[in-house]
Design a protein around this ligand. Structure first.
Ligand SMILES: *Cc1c(COP(=O)(O)O)cnc(C)c1O
Length: 399
């Protein structure tokens, strides 16, 4: 397809940007001698799993369907036997049986869970087909602001605390896992690891491998990639462990857009408000959940969606971008644009590959956006319609 043939709303994933990210992550793998996994919960567009498999060692799943999706779709000629890791705060007995047939690394969130499922996983572990880790809670918070993304916060159910770990790692457990970061650089990782060294040293001595979780913004321009490589080498040498990273965001950071059309412009008590065919509530839930104001191409400035009207500006106009659902708070943000758009114009939101299609929904009977792959080609016909959703997708999950 050509650009002008695309429908709105559509998520467009740029293959070229994805490859740029994958090359950086692959370099970390090669130069640090570690393994990098795709955290599927951030990005599960399996049309590009074979491409991702060319660069990364495998996947990490947060639930049985993600594990199954990786089993069915992840892999390539370059990487025919990718790793399939699974962490869940609690596994269900019937799922454990299925997981043992498709996964190769399982992470338990408590000793009770480890033991409850031992009779299922242990034969696989003894046969060398499964590796088992415990998720620990370093109780060292490095985040401010986004409490819902902080597994070290008070009352967190994620990970076993130092005081609850036995003297020695239980039989069959060879790995340790922590995941505590969110969109962070190298220093919070180092700081967290230092606290793990201080509080969990006996287990690091015993462990054969460690997974440093996700939340590393490795593909962001200002990330210290050299420093990360040096740090992983240091961990490997000091503790004699294999090292895994499992970023989600970093894989498809800034590798996708969401295009939407202006359907109407209404005057409100303060600002012109554009009604779009994309919805924050349905198509970019993190905008409301995190919350954040997504980047908009060509915008001169932006502000949070619920703030009152900003000052008049010298250049451009402030507008509120909102959706056509009935939810009053379904506002994407307040943006200063070079000029007031016209009805029918297309607006493009940035960084819409991650935590977008994996979280969207059909609230209000809204259609789901198309999923489009923009191939890394000069050709005008470089847009491939990967998936179009319809009424059946809405109806099918309701009864
Ligand atoms: C969410 C999550 C990830 C990926 O996090 P990103 O912030 O997308 O990099 C990795 N591991 C675990 C256990 C997670 O819960």
């Amino acid at each position: 397809m050509k650009y002008h043939e695309l429908k709105t709303p559509s998520y467009i994933v740029q293959e070229g940007e994805l490859i740029k990210n994958l090359k950086i992550l692959n370099r970390v793998q090669r130069e640090a001698g570690c393994k990098v996994l795709l955290a599927e919960k951030a990005f599960s567009m399996f049309r590009v799993y074979p491409l991702i498999a060319d660069y990364l060692a495998g996947t990490t799943a947060s639930g049985i369907y993600e594990a199954r999706l990786a089993h069915e779709e992840f892999g390539s000629a370059v990487n025919p036997h990718p790793e399939n890791h699974v962490f869940e705060p609690a596994f269900k007995p019937d799922e454990m049986i299925e997981l043992c047939g498709i996964a190769d690394h399982l992470y338990f969130n408590s000793l009770a869970q480890l033991e409850a499922h031992r009779h299922v996983w242990e034969p696989y572990e003894k046969a060398g087909k499964m590796k088992i880790a415990l998720r620990i809670n370093p109780e060292h918070s490095t985040q401010e602001g986004h409490a819902i993304y902080d597994p070290c916060g008070p009352g967190s159910r994620l990970g076993i605390r130092r005081s609850k770990i036995p003297e020695r790692l239980p039989a069959g457990v060879s790995g340790l896992h922590f995941h505590t970061l969110c969109e962070q650089g190298l220093n919070p990782l180092i700081e967290t690891f230092r606290s793990v060294e201080e509080n969990f040293a006996p287990f690091l001595e015993e462990a054969e491998w460690i997974n440093l979780g996700g939340g590393h913004h490795i593909t962001r321009d200002d990330y210290d990639v050299e420093g990360l490589i040096a740090f992983i080498k240091e961990i490997k040498e000091k503790w004699h462990v294999d090292v895994y990273l499992e970023p989600g965001e970093a894989i498809a950071l800034n590798a996708g857009t969401l295009i939407t059309r202006v359907l109407d412009i209404v005057e409100t008590s303060d600002l012109p408000t554009l009604i779009l065919d994309a919805s924050a509530a349905c198509h970019m839930p993190d905008v409301l959940e995190m919350p954040y104001t997504p980047p908009l191409f060509k915008a001169l400035a932006s502000r949070g969606g619920t703030e009152s009207a900003p000052e008049p500006c010298d250049e451009g106009v402030w507008v509120r971008l909102a959706s056509r659902t009935c939810l009053a708070g379904d506002v994407i943000g307040i943006y200063r644009l070079p000029a007031l758009p016209k009805i029918g114009d297309i607006l493009t939101f940035g960084d819409m590959a991650i935590y977008s299609m994996v979280k969207n929904n059909t609230f209000n009977g809204m259609a789901l956006p198309d999923i489009v792959l923009e191939r890394d080609l000069e050709d005008e016909d470089r847009f491939e319609l990967v998936k179009r959703f319809g009424y059946e997708d809405f109806k099918g999950r309701l009864s």
